[in-house]
Ligand binder design. Structure first.
Ligand SMILES: Cc1cc2nc3c(=O)[nH]c(=O)nc-3n(C[C@H](O)[C@H](O)[C@H](O)COP(=O)(O)O)c2cc1C
Length: 384
């Protein structure tokens, strides 16, 4: 057992979740978090190029951990291949009343209803301006709670943060800002994305724009989103945000708290949505798979199901940053074992009819079959 699980977690679990998060940011800022010596060692099979950017490895830190861009370089130095800061809104805002972050210990999961608490675009831009630029940094954009013109908020975000970002994210999928997810509808989404891309071309030329979606989408929602993404030429998608669903089988006291659920219970539903988008976009749009990753096996499953890159957040709460090195080592081992020369070779291998990739082993088929079997059982359950 590593130092985090043996020393830190037993103490941290008695501290309220948001205070513990604040301590983690503070410790990272002050370089107090022990680092694996080999955290940033290069592994050629993990190096990958996606939407014109070169990644040292495909494992990223998901949005929400470093909302204010305080510790991107420290996170990179712990071995992440990229870091996504935010969500950042144009104006600073306090978010929802506390408590608003809950650890579901028995499920190794998290529920949050933070509500985009952040320092605002100007303060975050000032921080990023001073940052020594290295590695890949994504800036995730949101809208202010009381703003009436959503498109204008995202345009302001592009203008303020675009110059400091290697990619930008339009987040229309957090469940904790009233009305936000309605922006995923076909007509509002097309209008919004066109405005954002226009702003990108004026203020952040060449910076890829990605769309982050919820896992709680109907089939119609998904095909509408995919057709808009292809039509307006969005550079990539992030699948997915937290879920408002509460999968059967949760065991924790706080499971009925309002907000978005993340961590292992989200792995299967978010991977299913990822695979759906891979199919709907015919593998033409790079996808970042996020939701429930707690191991190299999970990361590999996302890649086989169409993810060019992956991200995680919640599992860090239970495993610490040591998990990043574990995931990368296991991922490299799995690629080697299955005869893939690198990550890109394995992307979408569960769907050879789209990816055109041969599946050298049964594992890709197993990943797909396991996903389908679980989905079938779930829909059977619902029929009962
Ligand atoms: C406390 C917390 C805050 C989050 N805040 C944001 C956010 O501001 N913007 C965003 O796009 N996603 C946010 N997320 C969602 C994560 O980026 C990620 O999509 C989700 O948690 C699923 O990944 P995981 O299961 O590895 O945590 C947040 C997640 C958590 C747990």
């Amino acid at each position: 057992m590593g130092w985090y699980k043996s020393l830190v977690l037993p103490i941290v679990r008695w501290i309220d979740a948001e205070t513990a998060h604040g301590l983690a940011i503070w410790a990272l800022k002050n370089n107090l978090v022990p680092r694996d010596d080999d955290a940033t060692d290069a592994t050629p099979s993990l190096e990958t190029e996606v939407f014109g950017r070169k990644f040292a490895n495909p494992v990223g830190l998901a949005a929400g951990f470093d909302k204010n861009g305080e510790v991107p370089n420290q996170a990179l130095s712990h071995g992440f291949g990229f870091v996504e800061i935010g969500s950042v809104t144009p104006l600073p805002q306090p978010g929802n009343p506390k408590p608003r972050l809950f650890r579901l210990y028995s499920d190794r999961a998290v529920i949050n209803r933070m509500g985009f608490n952040n320092d605002g675009a100007e303060a975050v831009a000032a921080r990023l301006r001073k940052r020594a630029r290295r590695g890949i940094l994504g800036a995730n954009l949101g809208k202010n709670k009381y703003s009436e013109d959503a498109a204008d908020d995202y345009v302001k975000g592009v203008k303020a943060l675009g110059p400091y970002a290697d990619y930008l994210v339009v987040n229309v999928s957090s469940p904790n800002t009233p009305g936000l997810r309605a922006l995923q509808g076909r007509a509002p989404l097309e209008k919004l994305l066109k405005s954002v891309l226009k702003a990108r071309d004026s203020f952040a030329k060449g910076v890829p724009v990605l769309l982050k979606v919820a896992p709680d989408l109907t089939d119609e929602d998904k095909s509408d989103i995919a057709s808009v993404v292809l039509k307006v030429k969005i550079d990539g998608m992030i699948v997915s945000n937290t879920t408002i669903d509460r999968p059967v089988g949760l065991n924790s006291y706080d499971q009925d708290e309002k907000g978005g659920l993340s961590g292992p219970p989200l792995m299967e539903p978010s991977t299913k949505v990822l695979a759906d988008f891979y199919r709907l976009t015919e593998g033409k749009v790079p996808l970042i798979g996020v939701g429930g990753i707690a191991s190299g096996k999970d990361a590999y499953e996302k890649i086989l199901n169409g993810a060019s890159l992956v991200q995680l957040y919640s599992s860090l709460v239970y495993h610490g940053l040591e998990l990043v090195t574990d995931i990368k080592e296991d991922l490299a081992r799995r690629l080697r074992k299955d005869g893939f020369a690198n990550v890109a070779d394995a992307v979408g291998a569960a769907f050879p009819e789209i990816s055109g990739k041969n599946i050298p082993v049964d594992e890709a088929r197993d990943a797909k079959a396991a996903l389908e079997a679980k989905t079938d059982t779930k829909s059977d359950d619902k029929d009962d």
